[in-house]
Design a protein around this ligand. Structure first.
Ligand SMILES: N[C@@H](CCC(=O)N[C@@H](CS)C(=O)NCC(=O)O)C(=O)O
Length: 207
């Protein structure tokens, strides 16, 4: 299994899931600006959108989109219990949180704020969405250890996205429940290892 990734990008969530599962995988680094692979080659040939994550199984089958890749990894390694069983309400909640993280946080808030050539008016529009979304999250996490009853791939995605907060001027300490949650998740050995490895790669990557 191969994971196409960029250091500290959203593909980190899949690396975390693979480490949590103890899965064997090859990690192929992508420059998301030039769309070149670190080992040489055109990333557009892998994903026409030029986006990570892309997961490739050994027979060449590929899957994109965090909301599909993360549950797929969870289902491939069921003994790791990274997602609730299919058909349960708790599984429906997993997809609810993956949708929230992907659309309401990743795309609606962080993408415009992380973008280098984004107009200030667009950034202001994105900033206007922070409070309601972070308040909702904080309220949910006040009485919980993880998003669901146990650690899941949704936590892997959320902690990946929250890591971008300081880069866009969001002070997560305004929401203590979120800050404490993120710290707790990042202390998990698989999560800490994934972050440490990608930080090293990030430092060596031109931005
Ligand atoms: N809808 C995709 C979005 C993935 C995405 O935004 N990936 C970013 C990194 S976090 C990327 O590859 N950006 C480069 C680009 O959009 O050109 C998903 O959820 O997987």
């Amino acid at each position: 299994m191969d994971l196409y990734f960029a250091p500290l990008a959203c593909s980190l969530a899949t690396r975390i899931a693979l480490y949590e599962a103890g899965a064997q995988a090859r990690f192929i680094q992508v420059d998301t600006l030039t769309k070149q692979l670190a080992e040489g080659g055109d990333f557009f040939a892998v994903n026409a959108l030029g986006q990570v994550p892309v997961l490739r199984e050994d027979d060449g089958w590929t899957l994109t989109e965090n909301s599909a890749v993360l549950p797929w990894v969870a289902d491939r390694f069921p003994e790791a219990r990274l997602a609730p069983p299919a058909g349960t309400r708790e599984r429906a909640r997993l997809h609810q949180w993956l949708g929230f993280i992907g659309t309401e946080l990743h795309k609606a808030v962080f993408v415009p704020l992380l973008g280098k050539d984004v107009d200030e008016a667009v950034k202001d529009y994105a900033r206007g969405k922070i409070a309601r979304r972070f308040d909702l999250l904080a309220h949910h996490l006040e009485s919980r250890t993880f998003l669901l009853d146990a650690f899941s791939v949704a936590d892997a995605y959320l902690v990946t996205v929250l890591n971008w907060a300081p880069y866009v001027g969001i002070d997560v300490s305004q929401w203590p429940a979120i800050a404490i949650y993120a710290q707790r998740v990042r202390e998990r050995p698989a999560v800490a290892r994934a972050f440490a490895e990608e930080y090293e790669l990030f430092k060596r990557t031109p931005h």
